[in-house]
Design a binder for this molecule. Structure first.
Ligand SMILES: Cc1cc2nc3c(=O)[nH]c(=O)nc-3n(C[C@H](O)[C@H](O)[C@H](O)COP(=O)(O)OP(=O)(O)OC[C@H]3O[C@@H](n4cnc5c(N)ncnc54)[C@H](O)[C@@H]3O)c2cc1C
Length: 299
């Protein structure tokens, strides 16, 4: 990322919220459930399937966690009522993982039971390393109870190939991504190439294993490596899919769909959009231009 982009990314916390909102609009379906439904329909028309995230994380009291669970219940009912091809993605800290692990598990269990009634899949997103073990423990518990849940592994973590082997042995579905949080070098690879190498290693372990695999990346090098691997291993298309974020590299999504691959788009919506948006903007190499244009009132 050029120097100016890095500078602006670092200054994001000082950027007015309305500017962040304007620039980040492309990454978010909107603030309401109706916005999410509209986006799911639109993506369905483009041949994609979805997983929807109600924005929010790190709640500090259990009543907020209960509100998260209620929002997911409404989302699942809407997906079912409209016959949309979509799962849901949840963040456990939004269900109170850091304040009451047992209650968090029960709230997510309720969501997963409702999802199961409608044949809807629940992906449990992975957050930063202080909650990695607790998050995987919740996934294991709910999967063992026969609920339709899956985990996420982050290729930047040094432990990920081991985690991939353990989850694959249990047949737990895994989404593999690079990882978005800032983690220290003792536990996480920092270099682009070493993260890619670990991604390839973990992907092979997952494809060799028993669970379904979601290849979540916009990195063309990794997409090409994944396509080679699935061809070589003759992995049936029902066992894996590609996943991308709303608003990122639509051309790559369309290319994969055209070539017959299943692509799931991660669709976030809700009023609590700030944390998600700033993470996305920090990854965007063209951030400087977008922020400046928004500040000047251009689209
Ligand atoms: C479906 C999905 C679910 C995810 N779930 C999690 C999760 O649970 N936990 C977690 O830690 N991380 C999650 N991530 C984020 C992931 O870890 C990465 O931070 C993110 O996907 C960028 O990595 P990349 O593999 O696309 O590679 P990169 O090398 O970062 O990106 C490749 C190229 O894609 C483009 N690009 C990437 N991001 C953006 C952007 N925001 N705006 C514009 N262009 C962009 C750029 O051109 C870039 O050069 C998820 C990602 C996806 C796609």
């Amino acid at each position: 990322m050029p120097f100016l982009d890095t500078l602006i990314a670092a200054a994001l916390p000082l950027t007015p919220r309305f500017v962040v909102g304007k620039v980040a609009g492309r990454y978010i379906a909107g603030e309401t459930l109706d916005d999410a439904v509209r986006t799911m329909r639109d993506l369905s028309g483009k041949g994609a399937v979805c997983t929807v995230d109600v924005l929010g994380e790190f709640v500090t009291d259990i009543s907020a966690a209960e509100r998260t669970a209620a929002a997911y219940a409404a989302l699942i009912e809407a997906i079912a009522a409209e016959s949309l091809r979509s799962g849901v993605s949840v963040k456990l800290t939004a269900f109170g993982l850091s304040i009451d692990e047992a209650r968090c598990t029960e709230l997510v269990r309720g969501v997963a039971e409702r999802a199961r009634q409608h044949g809807i899949f629940v992906r449990i997103d992975m957050e930063d390393s202080p909650v990695t073990d607790a998050t995987l423990a919740v996934v294991r518990t709910l999967h063992a109870a026969g609920l339709p849940v899956g985990a996420v592994l982050q290729a930047y973590l040094r432990r990920t190939v081991d985690d991939a082997a353990a989850l694959a042995a249990l047949g737990i579905p895994v989404r593999l991504c690079k990882g978005i949080y800032k983690e220290p070098p003792e536990i996480a690879y920092q270099g682009r190439e070493e993260i890619r190498d670990n991604y390839r290693r973990a992907l092979r372990v997952l494809l060799d294993g028993g669970g379904s695999v979601a290849i979540a990346t916009h990195d063309e090098t990794l997409v090409a490596a994944a396509r080679e691997m699935t061809n070589e291993l003759k992995t049936p298309r029902t066992r894996y899919e590609y996943q991308m974020l709303l608003g990122v590299r639509d051309w790559l999504r369309d290319e994969l769909i055209k070539s017959g691959e299943r692509v799931r788009v991660y669709v976030p919506f809700g009023s609590d959009w700030y944390g998600y948006s700033t993470r996305r903007l920090k990854e965007n190499p063209e951030i400087a231009g977008h922020v400046f244009r928004a500040m000047l009132g251009f689209k």
